[in-house]
Ligand binder design. Structure first.
Ligand SMILES: Cc1cc2nc3c(=O)[nH]c(=O)nc-3n(C[C@H](O)[C@H](O)[C@H](O)COP(=O)(O)OP(=O)(O)OC[C@H]3O[C@@H](n4cnc5c(N)ncnc54)[C@H](O)[C@@H]3O)c2cc1C
Length: 460
């Protein structure tokens, strides 16, 4: 759109789900767009470590921007997942009341869901709760069904959005942290750890780093607090015990601990909720583990007779306000997309849509391109549909799909090869794990780690 080839139209900072969704939408126009990510991979921040629920938005605060964008994102991402092959399972959720007080709260929660435009909730008695989830511990009094809540692959979601963006012509720069900006009269210089980028507009989708970048534009309007959520992952043998997502009745202390099936065929319990100061503290803690074992054992005692195969933690970018903070500063040609705390996996595509509505009033020309490439088709790493090792015809056509590298997760040499040759290839083992599930099983790479590392090295 602009006549100077050195100056991009838009730089999007942060290639998590939100930044990737924004870059994808802008890539569908004639604008020149660069997506800059400080880490070595897309989706290596909060977007890689969450509870991976596709939320209906039934429990959001009615009337907020978050409530509107989660409800919209639920439909947008649900449809996109089908189009590009992001694994989703429509398991539904059951919110369980364990005390009289919690039981009394259920009608209010159903009413809140209706005020959020979600009308499918139903209050059920204790016997129906046990019919739906027989392995729950004793003492459940009643429940609220949320049939639309679903589980989704957060890794494939992020990768699909970023891949789509790159295929649409977005320039992706990984491993380049933005350290400063210099705002000039016609364009801004974005200073990164790997040089400078000249751009007309900057969109800040930096998650945990969004307040720092905001300050570089002269603002002091919010502070990000990293709110750690730790989770336990159980062995695949436990999956039949958890046919749907089991939620707690929310309290003033938060949403509580949930038990959920995962898209990879496991069960997870969590998350904790703990405000920290260190924005890099994604390690798990002994206290978190103790807390989850205590809570989880009360919810489903028999689950805790089974093996925990992994623990992980993610950091919510909690802001000192109760809603998303999306703001366009036309004078500085700058957009803040902040405060996307605990629902951004679901809402990311709706945030991008909302933002393009706001940008329509600026000097950016958002006319859709006529020559859009088709959306990508992502490799399936979900457990509910056929994986390459199960596909006899595919193996007959290409025996690499029959050559298993990771026996825990049944990941084949063909899938690793495809990841190495993909639009956004992995740069490290963790990136390869997010693309294929390799080393993600109960041995955590003990058996396949060395071989996988050698394959990655050879592909470089
Ligand atoms: C425990 C937990 C459970 C959750 N559960 C759910 C759920 O079930 N459903 C749901 O919808 N949401 C959930 N969420 C929320 C969801 O994960 C986040 O809202 C979403 O991932 C935020 O995406 P993002 O793109 O804003 O941030 P991120 O994924 O963190 O992306 C921001 C990116 O910006 C990069 N960056 C930062 N600073 C700079 C810089 N200066 N220069 C360059 N790059 C930079 C970072 O490296 C990062 O990759 C959960 C979150 C947590 C922690």
């Amino acid at each position: 759109m602009n006549s100077d080839n050195h100056i991009r139209d838009v730089v999007v900072v942060g290639a998590g789900i939100v930044g990737s969704a924004i870059a994808r939408v802008l890539g569908g126009t004639g604008l020149s767009v660069t997506l800059v990510e400080g880490r070595d991979d897309v989706g290596d921040g909060t977007s890689k470590a969450n509870t991976a629920l596709l939320h209906t938005g039934f429990d959001a605060t009615p009337g907020t921007l978050e409530s509107r964008l989660v409800a919209r994102g639920y439909h947008l991402l649900g449809a996109y997942a089908e189009e590009v092959g992001i694994p989703v399972e429509r398991t539904g959720a059951l919110l369980v009341a364990w005390t009289d007080e919690e039981r009394d709260a259920l009608p209010g929660l159903a009413d809140k869901a209706a005020r959020n435009g979600y009308h499918a909730c139903e209050i059920v008695a204790g016997d129906e709760v046990y019919r739906r989830v027989p392995d729950l511990g004793p003492g459940a009094l009643a429940g609220l069904t949320v049939p639309g809540e679903s589980i989704i692959c957060t890794w494939t979601t992020n990768l699909a959005l970023a891949t789509d963006a790159v295929r649409r012509g977005v320039e992706l720069r990984r491993g380049q942290r933005v350290t400063d900006v210099v705002v000039g009269p016609d364009h801004t210089t974005v200073v990164t750890t790997a040089g400078r980028i000249e751009t007309r507009w900057v969109i800040n989708a930096a998650g945990l780093g969004a307040d720092h970048l905001d300050a570089a534009f002269g603002y002091h309007r919010f502070t990000v607090t990293p709110r750690r959520g730790e989770l336990l992952v159980f062995d695949k043998l436990t999956r039949p015990m958890v046919p749907c997502i089991v939620l707690a009745v929310p309290s003033s202390r938060g949403k509580g601990v949930l038990i959920s099936p995962t898209i990879y065929g496991n069960v997870m319990v969590g998350p904790t909720s703990e405000n920290l100061t260190d924005r890099t503290a994604t390690g798990t803690s002994e206290e978190g583990l103790e807390f989850l074992i205590g809570k989880g054992r009360a919810l489903m005692p028999t689950l805790f007779d089974e093996e925990v195969t992994a623990t992980y933690a993610g950091l919510r970018a909690a802001a000192d306000r109760d809603d998303y903070l999306i703001d366009v500063d036309a004078a500085q040609r700058y957009v803040l997309v902040g405060g996307i705390r605990s629902t951004g996996l679901t809402s990311g595509m709706a945030v991008a849509e909302h933002l393009s509505g706001l940008l329509a009033d600026t000097d950016l020309d958002l006319t859709p391109r006529a020559d859009l490439p088709p959306a990508p088709r992502m490799p399936n790493i979900g457990e509910a549909t056929t994986r390459p090792y199960q596909d006899a015809q595919r193996i007959a056509e290409d025996p690499e799909y029959g050559r298993i590298v990771c026996f825990c997760e049944r990941v084949t040499a063909g899938e690793l090869r495809d990841a190495f040759g993909s639009v956004i290839p992995p740069r490290d083992l963790d990136g390869l794990r997010r693309r294929t599930r390799v080393m993600n099983g109960r041995c955590q790479g003990f058996y396949c780690g060395a071989h996988t590392a050698a394959l990655l090295e050879a592909a470089r």
